[in-house]
Design a protein around this ligand. Structure first.
Ligand SMILES: [Zn+2]
Length: 237
């Protein structure tokens, strides 16, 4: 997967919804163009200029708190819409396939997912999940995962094979989506973040990466194409 060029990487410093210097050309603009070329649809950008946020790492305390529900009126706040855009661009730049608000030090029940960015066979993203919950969880599969908040490690754990997730979108509209395979595992990984749980709490054989695929999963890649016992891609989110 081609890395998105990063010209200015800025740090998120203090107030929960305040950001720093914009990047240009913007990574999100690059992805938006690629998505349109592939016929994957337009990105839903509300505010025009998203900012990179700093991804916090274990043992940052926000990663270990249960995040708070987002109130309906909060979604009307331009700063929360800005936060969502910032989460997308931060996820794309990492790059990852999912990012939960606690990972950028915002304890809100909110995550973003896009697993379409490097796999043309997927059309699942970009999606915003506000106050998500599972209404169904079935089956079991092995998952090899990494996490942008636990850089440099991978581990093996069991996930549900299929989940059904109900959430609000960024406009407050309720939606339901079925998650299987990589998408389903990503939803479970991100929902865990909202409860203060990291994959390393559930994983066995947490290790430094041994293969190229694992290395990609552990460090910068949002996904790789061959790891994982179920034939699905490994996951870093
Ligand atoms: Zn994670």
């Amino acid at each position: 997967m081609a890395r998105v060029p990063v010209y200015v990487k800025c740090l998120y410093l203090s107030a929960p919804f305040r950001s720093r210097t914009p990047t240009f050309p913007h990574p999100l603009a690059t992805f938006a163009a690629v998505r349109e070329l592939r016929g994957l649809g337009k990105l839903d950008i509300m505010n025009g200029v998203p900012y990179l946020r700093e991804i916090v790492h274990e043992p940052h305390p926000t990663l270990r708190r249960a995040a708070k529900k987002v109130r309906a009126e909060e979604l009307e706040d331009p700063l929360v819409q800005q936060l969502i855009d910032d989460m997308f661009v931060t996820m794309y730049e990492a790059p990852g396939i999912g990012l939960a608000a606690p990972q950028i030090n915002v304890a809100k029940r909110l995550f973003v997912v896009d697993i379409a960015i490097d796999r043309e066979d997927y059309k699942l993203g970009p999606l915003v999940f506000v106050n998500p919950r599972f209404t169904a969880r079935e089956g079991e599969l092995e998952s090899t995962e990494g996490c942008l908040s636990v850089p440099g490690k991978v581990g093996d754990l069991k996930r549900y094979e299929r989940v059904v997730c109900v959430a609000l979108d960024r406009h407050g509209k309720r939606f339901e989506v079925e998650g299987k395979g990589l998408f389903g595992r990503c939803l479970q990984h991100e929902l865990d973040h909202l409860d203060g749980t990291l994959y390393i709490d559930k994983a066995q054989n947490i290790r430094d990466p041994h293969t190229e695929e694992e290395d990609e999963t552990a460090s910068t890649e949002g996904e790789s194409t061959s790891a994982g016992g179920d034939g699905e891609a490994a996951l870093s989110a």
